[in-house]
Write a protein that binds this ligand. Sequence first.
Ligand code: NDP
Ligand code: DXP
Ligand code: MN
Length: 380
Amino acid sequence: MKKISILGSTGSIGKQTIDIVCKQKDIQILGLTANTNIDLLEKQIELVKPKVVAVMDEQKASILKKRIGSKVEVLSGMDGLIRVATLEKVDIVVTAVVGMIGIRPTVEAIKASKDIALANKETLVTAGQIIMDLIKEYKVNIFPVDSEHSAIFQSLKGENKKEVSKILLTASGGPFRGKKTEQLKDITKDQALNHPNWSMGAKITIDSATLMNKGLEVIEAKWLFDVAPNQIQVVVHPQSIIHSMVEYNDGSVIAQLGVPDMRIPIQYALNYPKRLENNIRKLDLFKVASLTFEEPDIKTFRCLKLAYRALEEGGSILSVLNAANELAVKKFLENKVRFLEIPEIIEYAMDKHCNIKNPSLTNIFEAEKETYEIIESKWG
Ligand SMILES: NC(=O)C1=CN([C@@H]2O[C@H](COP(=O)(O)OP(=O)(O)OC[C@H]3O[C@@H](n4cnc5c(N)ncnc54)[C@H](OP(=O)(O)O)[C@@H]3O)[C@@H](O)[C@H]2O)C=CC1
Ligand SMILES: CC(=O)[C@@H](O)[C@H](O)COP(=O)(O)O
Ligand SMILES: [Mn+2]
């Protein structure tokens, strides 16, 4: 019986993880976490019957404790998340929280010798060197949940890494594919939240609209697969049927295709190397009108280039890129800044930063704090 914990169980990935795992008899969920959504967490406790849950928000945690008594241990705050991430009998931790808040519980889970099923890309973007060093030191596995990285992982299987010439990272292009800057001046939150192919949490959906998600995924791919930035080519593929590809030195390109349903990469990560049957609809190629490919429009969607800039520079600037993006997206979702201000805010913070090569965790958190202060001083 494989035992797992889900950090961020009340979110899009968390809910889909529960959905797919509940159909399996050989996986047991021991821990769940939420930020504030205790109503959904309470329902998940009924369904999953975990041993321990953690709610980041202390007040919400005490309300939940009063509601459910001693049925399950209810913890709170970062200490609570870390406890769920390091539960003694847990084999795999699914990191499905959103944002670089995931860094500490992920570090502690690895130090507790847990395998990581990683969806929380912000942790790799900001602390990738530290995480990958710890993965090696503690001899644990990291299984990509992110659909593109799962596709790359599957396209690399059984191959010689030395024969890889490049990774072809696919992107839907988001809801504004083909639009020019002039047309993006008055984009509303609802327009940006309307992803053409995927139903996801709010933050990643905005990231897909600005193409920052693809930028974060380039960085995620560098750390997961140890390739140089110039070996990662973004390919806009509006149908989101090919989830990414690997080109080899003989010119062959290996890809993974499927319907856009995150339960497939989630299930693969949790059952690797086995593939399990499921009731997810299968790809019907006769219903696919066409598979098309185009270059990303890096002039209109400036976030992708900012991500490559941070990756090429390396160091704490990656935390500045991510933290600035998290804050800018939050402000956009609160109708405090316009869509086109998101890259402006990020570039402003990056230009102000004195980069630290090989940052420690302290440097990373300091860079995050400094970034928030710099942005609030101008957009507060
Ligand atoms: N959704 C998708 O299809 C995909 C997501 N990913 C990545 O997976 C991660 C999760 O994404 P997604 O599921 O869409 O996100 P959601 O916003 O849907 O869910 C986020 C989860 O994290 C919790 N959370 C949010 N903020 C905090 C915090 N400060 N401290 C502790 N917990 C917190 C939320 O709790 P609460 O519900 O209480 O707010 C929720 O459980 C992201 O890194 C995303 O980029 C990658 C590929 C696809
Ligand atoms: C489902 C998933 O993995 C998301 O990262 C999705 O790929 C975002 O779509 P974009 O390709 O539009 O960024
Ligand atoms: Mn993705």
